[in-house]
Design a protein around this ligand. Structure first.
Ligand code: ASP
Length: 357
């Protein structure tokens, strides 16, 4: 069902920024012969996403759009500040994702989607490209910023992935503050669940998480960040409430390393958003890195091939943000829109929402 619906705009919906993002920070020197060389300046970059899906300009007021753009820019600047001061890519992706988790606009932290039971269950993951250490949590209900707990799993435990009550017991041991599940609730997401329930009543059957409800239904909204720091290290982080109306402890691609989140200095950092089951089956984030590692593909080719060809052919919808060690950024998606942005070393911000941006 998704495939045919989204094949049409696919060609137009790729945004690739094959630029050396640090160019703005480099100095130009002319030699006696007049040729231009670039002295190496600090190379660092950051890209973020706020989810992919049915995002159309006609469904959005200018005020709503401005609110999204403002938070995306705030997240980019939070990460950029750290990178500009020589901080790590890990700190930068955490700073950016935390801003997005705290905003009720996105499906992560406050404002996350509801489960079928009317609660919120959150997944998050982080990966360090320098060491390929990773940490992830799934199905947590009382952690204000799940990305911080994912990082703690990576840095203070011998494990990669912790779930539910066990993850929260670890959080308590680590001194994390617990928040009531109600902290995450918003009227907008409650209304979304009620709409799905009404549809289930009409149909007399369950509507699986991810099934298209109606045009404009905001199924997605996961957040993520990828960064390159001045030391040349990549990192990726992703955080989500998963899919609206999810049941039975469903876990998506986000905390599955290699599916929704991946980073390796040898290739790239990737954070995904979309229909998680397809990203898990397609091992999407790692597949992009593997095309680069084993096939010598560029970041742009690898990211575009995996999203626009492989994922699309499987019937999966969504997109990724990806960054390599040279600071090249690729942001392909096969949905109508994806909240996304990047910032270069000079602090120039670019934000996109629709396929036409
Ligand atoms: N990928 C997420 C999941 O399936 C959802 C999203 O990106 O919006 O859990």
């Amino acid at each position: 069902m998704h495939t045919l619906q989204f094949l049409r705009p696919v060609g137009a919906l790729i945004l690739v920024v094959p630029v050396l993002l640090a160019l703005g920070a480099c100095e130009r020197h002319e030699d006696a012969g007049g040729s231009v060389a670039r002295a190496a300046g600090p190379t660092f970059a950051l890209a973020i996403h706020g989810g992919a899906g049915t995002i159309r300009q006609r469904d959005m007021t200018p005020e709503q759009e401005a609110r999204y753009r403002a938070v995306l820019e705030q997240a980019l600047r939070a990460g950029h500040r750290i990178l500009a001061e020589g901080g790590t890519s890990l700190d930068a992706v955490v700073a950016a994702v935390t801003v997005l988790e705290d905003s009720p606009l996105f499906n992560a932290g406050k404002g996350a989607v509801f489960t079928h039971e009317g609660t919120v269950e959150l997944d998050a993951a982080i990966m360090d490209g320098a060491t390929r250490n990773a940490g992830a949590v799934a199905g947590v209900k009382h952690i204000r910023n799940p990305i911080l707990l994912a990082r703690r799993v990576m840095e203070a435990s011998p494990h990669v992935l912790m779930i539910g009550e066990g993850a929260e017991a670890f959080a308590r041991e680590q001194g994390f503050e617990m928040v009531p599940n109600e902290y995450f609730y918003t009227d907008r997401r409650r209304a979304q669940l009620e709409q799905i329930r009404a549809r289930e009543d009409d149909l007399g059957r369950a509507v699986p998480a991810g099934e298209t409800l109606s045009p404009g239904a905001d199924k997605f909204g996961t957040v993520g960040a990828v960064a390159l720091d001045q030391a040349g290290n990549l990192a990726a982080a992703t955080s989500t409430g998963g899919m609206a109306n999810k049941r039975f402890g469903r876990v998506g691609d986000v905390p599955v390393i290699g599916a929704g989140t991946y980073a390796d200095n040898a290739t790239c950092a990737v954070s995904a958003t979309g229909h998680g089951e397809y990203f898990i089956r397609g091992v999407v984030a790692h597949d992009i890195a593997a095309m680069m590692a084993y096939g010598g593909a560029t970041l742009e080719t690898a990211a575009r091939t995996v999203i626009m060809e492989k994922l699309t052919a499987m019937g999966g919808t969504g997109g990724v943000i990806a960054l390599d060690r040279q600071g090249n950024v690729a942001m392909p998606f096969n949905t109508e829109g994806m909240y996304r942005g990047h910032i270069d070393a000079a602090g120039n911000v670019t934000i996109g929402i629709y396929g036409t941006d």
